[in-house]
Design a protein around this ligand. Sequence first.
Ligand code: HEM
Length: 127
Amino acid sequence: MKKLETRQDIEDLVNRFYDKVQSDETIGFFFNDVAKVDWSHHLPKMYSFWETLLFGQISYKGNPMAVHFPINAEVPMEKFHFEHWIMLWTATVEENFSGEMAELAVYKAKNIANLMAHKMEVARKTR
Ligand code: HEM
């Protein structure tokens, strides 16, 4: 299977992932109904985010945690939502790519998702 090695690969991966997310029954509503995401804005941000994480090409400058707090304040983002997010991400990576960079994409996503889940839980408790 194909290695994950170019910016175009990242764009393909991210597009396929958010295709799944948009129509997903468990987490799709966060994007469609809660945050009402402008995809033409969100997707390029996510290409840059992953390019920065995986290739060290610093094209994303932002605070990935911060944007999730207001969403979490509106509708709790629970552990099972993050587990579902990880399941969709892992499936999309593994359906399309193999090799070290693909494994790194799964590994980094899991770490961030677990940290984010924890931060969202703490934020709900201290409100
Ligand atoms: C259930 C899990 C998640 C949900 C429902 C979710 C939802 C969202 C939504 C709705 C936005 C758009 C906010 C806006 O533009 O108004 C967003 C942005 C973003 N998310 Fe998530 N997210 C989840 C998990 C994650 C994870 C695990 C990561 C990282 C691996 C991540 C990385 C990002 C980044 C980088 C942005 C863009 C931040 C910026 O504007 O600079 N998200 N997310």
